[in-house]
Design a protein around this ligand. Structure first.
Ligand SMILES: NC(=O)c1ccc[n+]([C@@H]2O[C@H](COP(=O)([O-])OP(=O)(O)OC[C@H]3O[C@@H](n4cnc5c(N)ncnc54)[C@H](OP(=O)(O)O)[C@@H]3O)[C@@H](O)[C@H]2O)c1
Length: 217
């Protein structure tokens, strides 16, 4: 497959690039500053691009089978997340390329509480802006999906488990829909490496269309 990765210089995006290359896919890696991607192997199509610009989204994805977007705004700019979502929808509606978006966990319902992770009393206050931004980002995709014939873009929005950090690639994970995945002790986690596995598995074998899904251990 030909895969465009937005956010390729980031924690998740860099692991998506590595996972895609390990599976033999052709990768276009995008950063706002391509010099940040100078360490990638020869053969990776390294480009500069801004995912908040629909024209750039369309141009950088025109010949791709799927776009994987794992961008994250700088602190204080979380309000830009819905704008980025709208740019992805508009840009990809021009060429019909499938979209996998990495979002946030805060909108997942915590089992046994009837409330979302972001509504829990111990949810960190410093994460509220990104949680709110991710909620509004997801709403943009869902709004697009209720348009006639399901909307112009075949998207899927992946909410990670609560704890998403660099770690190891196990290749093992569980999938869910709108509920936070936890282990027997109530911990919710997945490594960035395994989130990349989830994304590449979904890219190769699409199971989720115009919906949110989640993954954890
Ligand atoms: N448990 C959770 O819910 C959880 C935890 C962590 C992360 N996440 C989500 O996972 C995703 C990825 O997070 P991360 O930790 O990998 O982020 P990160 O390391 O901060 O990387 C994000 C990348 O986004 C790129 N970027 C930002 N704005 C852009 C724009 N307008 N156009 C193009 N690229 C842009 C930046 O690349 P350049 O500066 O090179 O352009 C940056 O490298 C985010 O959606 C984040 O909310 C969720």
């Amino acid at each position: 497959m030909q895969i465009t990765v937005f956010g390729a210089s980031g924690g998740v995006g860099s692991r998506v690039v590595a996972e895609a290359l390990s599976r033999g896919h052709r990768v276009r890696a995008v950063s706002r500053d391509a010099s940040r991607l100078s360490d990638l192997p020869a053969g990776v199509d390294v480009r500069s691009g801004d995912v908040s610009d629909p024209d750039q989204v369309a141009r950088l994805s025109a010949d791709s089978d799927v776009v994987i977007s794992a961008t994250r705004p700088e602190p204080g700019r979380e309000h830009e997340l819905p704008e980025v979502a709208a740019a992805l929808v508009e840009g990809l509606s021009r060429n019909g390329t499938r979209l996998l978006v990495v979002g946030g966990a805060a909108s997942l319902t915590v089992p046994g509480t009837g409330k979302t992770l972001g509504e829990q009393p111990d949810f960190p206050a410093e994460l509220l802006p990104i949680a709110e931004g991710c909620n509004r980002q997801l709403a943009v995709f869902r709004t697009a999906a209720v348009q006639s014939d399901g909307g112009p873009v075949d998207w899927a929005y992946l909410s990670p488990a609560a704890l998403l950090e660099p770690g190891t690639r196990t290749g093992a994970y569980r999938l869910g829909t709108d509920h936070l995945i936890t282990d027997d002790e109530g911990n919710s986690a997945i490594s960035m490496e395994d989130l990349a596995v989830v994304l590449l598995d979904e890219a190769e074998t699409p199971e989720h269309h115009r919906t949110r899904f989640t993954a954890g251990y």
